[in-house]
Design a protein around this ligand. Sequence first.
Ligand SMILES: [Mg+2]
Length: 117
Amino acid sequence: MKRVLIVDDSRTSRRVLKDILDRAGYEVIGEAVNGQEGYDLYVKMQPDIVTMDITMPVIDGLESLKLIRKFDPNAKVIMITAAGQKEKMVEAVKFGATEFIAKPFLEESVLTALEHC
Ligand SMILES: [Mg+2]
């Protein structure tokens, strides 16, 4: 069973993602509410896959992605994007993002991105 860490400042997004992952047989091992907590939990739990929101307080998803990939160059990080974030997506690719999922979540897109990891 693949272990997944969800990093998102929106409680609703975390819940929707967790429901999709639970149903599909992934194990959600942690939830973080900002990029710093996401990085800290990554180091502590070493999940197989991370879902990473971009716009978050403390440090954003791009900074958190950068830190995680520095700690673990093989980290699988799926970025959660909203409309109008093309430039951030380009940056995320540079920093080693594995996949992208657009908000609002479509179950099929979420599962396809997870399968690619
Ligand atoms: Mg957000």
